[in-house]
Design a protein. Sequence first.
Lengths: 298, 776
Amino acid sequence: MYEPAWKFPTTALEAAEILREAAGRATPIAGGTDLTARLRSGDERPEVLVDLAGIEEFGGVDLTPDPDAVGQMTMGALNTHGALARDDLVRQHVPLLAEACATVGSPQIRSRGTVGGNVANASPAADAAVALLALDAAVRVVSADDCEGDRAGLPLEGFFTGPGETVLRDDELIADISFDCPAESARSLYLKAGQRKALAIAIVSVAALYEPEAGLVRIALGSVAPTAVRARDAENLFESEWPAGDCEAVIDAVAARAVGSASCIDDVRASGRYRRILIETLTRSALRRLCLDLEEDG
Amino acid sequence: MSDRDDTGGPPEISSARVGSPAIRVDADDKSTGRAVYVDDLTFPGMLHAALVYPGCAHARLLGVRPDEAIRTPGVRAVLTAQDVPGENQVGVLRSYPDQPLLPHDTVRYSGDAVAIVVADTGALAREAARSVRVDLEELPGVFDAVEAMEPNAPRVHPEREDDDDRGLVGNVFLRERVRKGDVDAGFEEADIIVERTFRTHHQEHAYLEPLGAIAVPGEGSSVTVYGTMQCPYYVQKAVATALGVPLADVRVIQTVTGGGFGGKEDVPSEICACAAVAAAKVGKPVKLVYTREEDFERSSKRHPMTVTYRLGATIDGTFTAADIRIVADAGAYSTLTPIVVFRATAHATGPYEIPNVRTDAYGVYTNRQTTGAFRGFGQPQTIFASESVVDEIACALGIDPIEIRVRNGLAVGKRTATDHLLDESVGLPETLRIARERSGWDEKREAFAGDAGRVRRGIGVGAIYYGVSLGARGLAIDGSGAHVEIEPDGSVRVAIGGTEMGQGLHTVLAQIVSDSLGAPMHAIHIGHVDTSLVPDSGPSVASRTTLMSGNAVLDAVAKLRESMAPVAADVLGVTAEDVEFGPGRVGTRERSVTFAELAAECHARDVATVADGWYKAPVTTFDEDGQGDAYAVYSFATQVAEVEVDTETGAVALVRVTAAHDVGKVLNPVTLEGQVQGGVLQGAGMALYEIMKTEGGRIVTPDFATYILPTSVDVPEIEVAFVEEPYSKGPFGAKGIGETPAMPGAAAIANAVSHATGIRFRELPLTAERVKLALG
Ligand SMILES: Cc1cc2nc3c(=O)[nH]c(=O)nc-3n(C[C@H](O)[C@H](O)[C@H](O)COP(=O)(O)OP(=O)(O)OC[C@H]3O[C@@H](n4cnc5c(N)ncnc54)[C@H](O)[C@@H]3O)c2cc1C
């Protein structure tokens, strides 16, 4: 019968050393909301579970003010979705992330599931990860050899290599995640289509951020490809066309272009065809609301 | 408001009258976690069982090789078909002996477990079960009932002989029909005829507590079986059959049951018989409890149906003829399909008087999970069809949808499709009136039609009728017993044959006893069913339990009153005829004793304080042409649904439901409202979310992460209204309520979505994807 050993390190170094020693036979566990399901089904059977909950340095949300620019925000991997959705700093400076975290699962899941787990788990549907991708977030990775974190600024784009797969090695941990806060004038929206109103994994999600002064949008898409993706072509199209000409036509074209960044499949939740329709309609809807202040009314 | 008295002493007047919102008698136990479910129970020396699954949906079973499992330390036995000591048959209907307890030569669906592993712990048993080698030769399967009717379709039961005369050919094992009037002439009279085909899908009961059983061997060949179930007497028969022992050797005790909805009607017979066979083999108590995924695999579902509905009406909206064809997917075994299809056939027109009716229904085998009882019992599927077509005709004729239902709806003096002349308790017209008024139908119907934005609102209606209890196809088991005993201190023990499964039966029965006997609520102790205490009372299904057990209890109480009244009269110095029982006291207005005092006095005088009660349902009929008084009485309901359709994503939000239900008499308004709210949600699940997806017959949505149920956030505002058209043979005039709340919802929601979008949907569920693709 399966009975893993549990370890309760209290520092990052201690945790990292356990991982190094176990050489692939140990797995970190944070909130356990993703991992427990795989332990129960038998899909994963690590000999050792390294419980991260006691590692204080993996907590906290900090805003480093920068007099010349917007501040940089850093959040420890152990922050739960519930905590981030309620956090004043997050709500004020990055409502996009607060909104995305608020759509995760149910209250129970939000009070256990962590942002680090969401990123490390690398589901293409991971809500916080999609929002972080739109924020150009970077991941600070630590290991026993490198506890200061040379791999400090791994950009999230490129971090995911497939469903459930990242560039993380077996002996590495996510310590925190950081990004530059969007400009004061920026506006953002997180739109998520699920199979019901709550406790729903995204069929498609769109994180959109509009920076009027720079004339830029950033668009990240969830559940439309093996990993969460940025719709770079669509962003570039926006940058080159906006705000010249017919704004609504630009938005329509950008939304249509976003579909090109996806490689949708049919799965248990929806068909690829429906997903492609959703990418376009949700992106269009988000941009109309953000850039034109229009509710989608026709 | 509580009828309990924390000081322990009986309050002077605490009888909870029938009709009052008495607090549930099981509220404390369930809210504090004290209630003991089957998985909480353990017995000395108890072992644990797990089942071995075939891993495919249709195959010849060549052999089972348990060698490796048996060698595992802690594994005690592995049983296969050869180890069933009695008859290897578990189906509830003896006239359809097509379902082995453990298949011996053919596997017919993915949950068709071929062996039982017994081990020291559940985890060990499950692990060992995975190591049992099953040798199979896979066969092509058939997973859709309409395809299964094709001449070349793979046969699920090739051993069955065709019966060409009765049209039972290939996978078609059942036909029912209704022939009333002259259908062709009826369509001749019609100014408009609409014919459409509708499809519904498997729906999971999703009760909170998965199936589970413990069998405890006793002296000789006797066995006691504990389990979560609706129908202990079915289990008793199934266990006796599998063990080959007399019924008297099998005692079945229902444990606290965490929901059923029909899913615990016949299916618990399988798990209980498996546990009993294993216990008999190892000579020790054996527990078998399903995981949720196993429960999905092994439990029955709502029948997917393909219904073709043709309805004719004159220009003024009067229905002239209906021609209906129903194809029901029974899954791998017949189980309850014959009874479900009978009900669907008898009620297929919906609650309307139509002079000419032709209904043909088919029960068809496929290689999918068996389908059986599920709240509504075959009707929600046909209602979706009939109520959609009725709506379409109304719209085509420019008649208000509720108006057309009023015009054609059943009322006292009208005749059902089975030509049953209704002479009492027909609340349909009143439910239509109330639903229309309370929902704000007239204004909203007009206002919503103007929506042109991203979100479009719609309002739709569904009306139904439901024959209470088993009707003409269930006569032999349509009686119910009760046993009532009064202790010297005035406490009352009530044993019944009907099951409490969460619906609130014990509470309303305690109210009935309290009200009719004069004993305070807290003195009444109702136990879960123990088959050794009350004779076979049939199943707790078909909204029959309050009616049947209620009347049985009243029969016993009447006998007790007869023997106790003279004692009260003697003590009080009044005449026995003047003695009244209750509330809380016994006697006359001027002179009375407490119930406890009277009980003590009866015991002191050796007067009988025990009585048995029995109630037998009235005789019902259903002839070869489906004509007759198919059910003794009908419950009626109208639900109005309001939706908002997001045209961007296709998502349908159910905003508000107005549910008007004719229940005969409200026994407890709070538990009754709870029944309706739950039913509305199940209807919403069927309409909008729930779909059991499969690949090659294997379920790919076997858990609550992938099988989408409505959550608390998806609950609409629900307004419940009751109509009381008393039934002369019901306890205090009550009829059934269990099923009806789940019945009109899917039709009402689909009609509302059609009102919102202008598109008619003929296949459920109306997922966002389906709606969006239709919207374009
Ligand atoms: C019912 C339910 C509903 C859900 N709904 C949603 C939803 O709507 N949206 C959504 O995005 N997700 C959802 N999830 C998934 C899950 O809750 C989230 O992904 C959550 O953020 C995972 O965090 P966790 O702390 O629980 O991770 P864990 O389960 O503890 O870990 C997940 C994986 O990440 C690794 N890991 C965790 N922390 C670290 C770290 N610091 N460094 C390196 N590796 C690490 C673990 O080893 C494991 O492989 C749902 C889950 C459930 C059970």
